[in-house]
Structure formats: structure tokens, C-alpha cells
Design a protein around this ligand. Structure first.
Ligand code: SF4
Ligand code: F3S
Length: 92
């Protein structure tokens, strides 16, 4: 099991999720963050931190956003890690 960042994160990137993660699972591209499923310890701490409810346990990802399960797994392997909060996307 893992947790997955989905559609609502796109062009939001609040990055509050990164602050509470006890391990280094988060990676970022220009528009959103993704979680490395091999690093996530399924603690669930990030879920309630996200102001736009973008993070779900893998089995609870809404049907319309299921593609993000594979996207998180793939993109997290090549994108740079993010470990600290930064300005949200809209302020960039
Ligand atoms: Fe990090 Fe826990 Fe969220 Fe996984 S569920 S990304 S370990 S905060
Ligand atoms: Fe994205 Fe929410 Fe984290 S908008 S960066 S998943 S706090």
C-alpha cells in the first residue's frame, strides 16, 4: 500500500504535506508533487495536511484520478526530492 497525490495538487502545490512526512517520499515537478510508493510508510499524516484534499490511500483514490497511482510511482523515480515547505504554485 501507499498514499497517492492526485489531481487537486496540480497548480496548487501547497507543500504542507512535505512538512509532516516522517520519511522522504515526496518529489516534485513544475505543477505537482508525487509520492514514492517504495518509501511511503503509510502513516497517513499527510492526508489531513493538504488544504485541497489531494492525497488518498492507494485503494481510496477516486476512479477519475486512478491514473495518478501509476504516475506517482513512475515520476517519483526521476523527479527531484522535496523535503521542505515552499511557496505554493499560485504565488510563484
Ligand atoms: Fe509520508 Fe506518511 Fe504521507 Fe506516506 S502517508 S507520504 S509516509 S506522510
Ligand atoms: Fe499538493 Fe496538497 Fe501537498 S496541494 S503539495 S498534496 S499539501
Amino acid at each position: 500500500m501507499t498514499y497517492v497525490v492526485t489531481e487537486p495538487c496540480i497548480k496548487q502545490k501547497y507543500t504542507d504535506c512535505v512538512v509532516v512526512c516522517p520519511v522522504d517520499c515526496f518529489h516534485e515537478d513544475e505543477e505537482m508533487l508525487v509520492i514514492d510508493p517504495d518509501v511511503c510508510i503509510d502513516c497517513g499524516a499527510c492526508v489531513t495536511e493538504c488544504p485541497v484534499q489531494a492525497i488518498f490511500p492507494e485503494e481510496d483514490v477516486p476512479e477519475k484520478w486512478k491514473a495518478h497511482i501509476q504516475l506517482n510511482a513512475e515520476k517519483s523515480k526521476t523527479l527531484p526530492m522535496i523535503t521542505e515547505k515552499k511557496e505554493p504554485y499560485r504565488n510563484c
